[in-house]
Design a protein around this ligand. Structure first.
Ligand code: FES
Length: 87
């Protein structure tokens, strides 16, 4: 990874300065939830200035599931379901 989270990862490395979230906390949340939006909501990373967004996304790519449950869920929803209620 070109920026921030490289080589041997220090779990205590502060990733989100605004919300005081470490790499270890993010990795644990990534492994627990497997959904980047849930990780952001639960850890509060990327909710203030978005300065940590690239590092959070890099951690998710490295430690997250092969395929995002979000993407799988969206793919499984048939067209027209959950859309407009207008007829
Ligand atoms: S550094 Fe994470 S929201 Fe600002």
């Amino acid at each position: 990874m070109p920026n921030g989270v490289t080589g041997t990862l220090d779990r205590n490395q502060l990733i989100c300065i605004c919300e005081d979230v470490t790499a270890g906390e993010l990795i644990d949340a990534i492994r627990q939830y497997g959904c980047i939006e849930t990780v952001k909501r639960c850890t509060r990373a990327c909710v203030t200035c978005f300065g940590c967004e690239m590092e959070v996304e890099e951690l998710f790519e490295q430690y997250g599931p092969e395929e995002s449950p979000d993407a799988a869920g969206l793919a499984a929803v048939p067209a027209g379901v959950g859309g407009s209620t207008r007829f």
